[in-house]
Write a protein that binds this ligand. Sequence first.
Ligand code: GLU
Length: 568
Amino acid sequence: MLRRIITPLALLPLVAACATVPASPERARHAPDTGLVSAADPRAVEAGMSILRKGGSATDAAIATMLALTVVEPQSSGIGGGGFYVRSDAAGRVETLDGREKAPAGATGDWFLGPDGKPLPFQQMQESGLSVGVPGNLRLAAKAHAEHGKLPWAALFEPAISLAADGFAMTPRLRQALVNEKSTAARDPDGRALFYGADGEPLAVGAIARNPQLAATYRRLANDGAETFYSGPAAAAMAAEIAADTPRPRPMTAGDVAAYEAKHRPPVCGAYRTWKICGMGPPSSGATTVYAILKQLERFDLKALGPNNPVFWHVFAESQRLAYADRELFSADADFIKVPVAGMTDPDYLAARGALIAQDRTMPAVTAGPVPGALALADGVEAEERGTSHFVTLDKWGEAVSYTSTIESGFGSGIVFGGFYLNNELTDFSAVPAIGGVPVANRVEGGKRPRSSMAPTLVFDADGNLLVAVGAAGGATIPVQTAKNLIAMLDFDMLPGEALALPVLFSPGDTVFLEKGTFHESMVGPLTALGHRVVVRAPGFKANAAKRVGGRWVGAADPRSEGTWKAE
Ligand code: GLU
């Protein structure tokens, strides 16, 4: 039924085309006068905008936004973590940079196993040096700046230094995170001192939090460069602090930190109807999963079905089940595992997978498909994920950046070093190295990057002009939020704000999760009648986007978040 051999013709639009979108002379006309920033916090939006006003590029603005988010949204992302940067220039050429955290060289398959050979409880993995990967965001930022920056490196730190040194008002969301995740956030005395009062309570909403340690870290990085994060006394001290909290014989070393490299990866692009969708390939499962969900639905007239029809949500759920089965089995760090990206995004393969979806019933069981070029592997457990931030920046020259930055769970590992939280990204690995004797693609290995779900995405119209920049936070739900937002903006022609507000239906396996407090609750009956097992649950979603609407750029931040956007 499925072709096992992919013709060069079939591969062409997927792998190569996004890097060679033809230039269009009117593209610059579509750019904003000064630029646009959409992010999860207004202070971070302002940081990015101030850089654009000074003549910075979208890359400069994205870096300043990432640095500011480290200060004002410390629970979600920051320089103690990693990220993915997807950029297009005015000619529509796409490049991606991988700043994903790396396991120390001494990490082994049994890293997360207890003495009984079973995975440790999640909290025990998370709240220890075991979960910390070498942070990648600063090497990513330095590389992106060297290639596409217009302002001096030090200028990008100014807004974030002001926020850290002068202080920033506590938001309801940060305070709630400090309550809910106190065991992580207050684990390190430095974290307690930053965000909790003498009574052990988190600072009140509106209270001014200052982070002089982070301001000092930023001044050093601004003046002496990102290299001082990766080598020298601060890097050695960071590695030592992580190692001291890691109950393994070969924990993180200064050598692991120094060896970290942000890498250019081939963008994963594919055609969906008249649009070209581009995003982040391995070690992220983001682009392959988003693309599979969309492409498997291409034969359905989604526009005619519309967002109020349970049948649309049913086929959307079915497509997710298929896409996540492939993701679970095949996605991992391509430096270690042969990830069959071309096969997973092959149009004929995805058309055959999509043919399994019926409008009037649910597929009984879903397994990974015979992906062309795939080796036989299995995958393991995945924990619920919380902290992450997506942001979008555009400049007046037509450059666009879609960047997702993360420290994994809320407050990462809870280790605070130099005023920032260190990630717990290594819990994105499979906790078990093998299932039934079959090695898991996403198992822990020394120097490997854990599989991600992050899906920073750019979309081009039929003329090759940038149309949409979008991405999300929310762990394994990220590809689904992104696909939903794309269908809403592309098929339903919604404004980005409307698209993000549309409820999320998440269906990674044999259960469909509907978003509580939305019209989705009325779909429990119809979806159950189609054969789904349905659960209604509270939302944990956060997306940011921008879309060109009639020659003008309109941004959007998730109404579930404290985010905002600005264009000038
Ligand atoms: N660490 C997750 C990933 O890279 C994201 C975590 C989250 O969004 O909550 O897939």
